[in-house]
Design a protein around this ligand. Structure first.
Ligand code: SAM
Length: 224
């Protein structure tokens, strides 16, 4: 339960240097970069591993609620860093155990994030479980808070009903606008997201469909 979850009381209380030691400056006594990309419910971490070399100057954070899965991703990143120590590879990714449905504003400042990934989120098929879905109106307002203007929410799923649900909720929300297929076709993250995650690979093996939807965080409406 959440009682065992560690989370900072505010973003400034978070010690990021342990997660990304190469991005800590002894001279400036602080981090050179902030996290700008999140993989929500990152599972086994395949997305971060492929995003890492594509965005070498961005800090990428996976958030995962399952303890053992989080430990596995930690070990995986330690091994990758060791095997790529000559080139300082994979220093820009890491994972924390967190309930992303609850504590995001504890970790990130307003407008801090540039990209948020929701890859193959748990479908919670039953009607009475729908409120447990990771995209809901309330949560979207939180995601809009931590995303900067122009930032992107990426979603992918093999469950058509969940895809429609995510699209509906995002389309109804006043702070997001959908990006079209031409945009998706050009975006390198969409390419990576389609193939990199463990769940995506499973769907590939079963020759299942993958439904993608991407949304841009638009400006807050002016209050007249
Ligand atoms: N994104 C990965 C992929 O595509 O391979 C994993 C997909 S898996 C079906 C969904 C993941 O979300 C699980 O690992 C689960 O533990 C995690 N998860 C579910 N609810 C979460 C929450 N509230 N906060 C963080 N992670 C969560």
């Amino acid at each position: 339960s959440d009682h065992q979850l560690d989370y900072p009381i505010s973003p400034s209380e978070m010690d990021w240097s342990k997660l990304y030691p190469h991005f800590y400056s002894d001279v400036e006594k602080g981090m050179l970069k902030k996290v700008t990309i999140t993989d929500i419910g990152c599972g086994f971490g395949g997305l971060m591993i492929d995003l890492s070399p594509a965005f070498p100057d961005s800090l990428i954070l996976g958030m995962e609620i399952r303890v053992q899965v989080t430990n596995y991703v930690e070990d995986r990143i330690i091994a990758l860093r060791r095997n790529h120590s000559k080139t300082n590879g994979y220093q820009n990714i890491n994972v924390i155990r967190a309930n992303a449905m609850k504590f995001l504003p504890n970790f990130f400042e307003k407008g801090q994030l540039e990209k948020m990934f929701y890859c193959f989120p748990d479908p919670h098929f039953k009607q009475r479980k729908h409120k447990a879905r990771i995209i809901t109106n309330t949560l979207l307002s939180e995601y809009a808070y931590v995303l900067k203007e122009g930032g992107i929410i990426y979603t992918i799923t093999d469950v058509l009903d969940l895809h429609k649900w995510m699209v509906n909720h995002l389309e109804m929300h006043p702070l997001f606008e959908r990006l079209d297929e031409a945009w998706e076709a050009e975006d390198k993250c969409v390419k990576i997201m389609r193939v990199a995650t463990e769940e995506g690979k499973k769907v590939e093996r079963k020759e299942g469909d993958k439904y993608v939807a991407c949304f841009r965080r638009i400006a807050n409406p002016e209050i007249i």
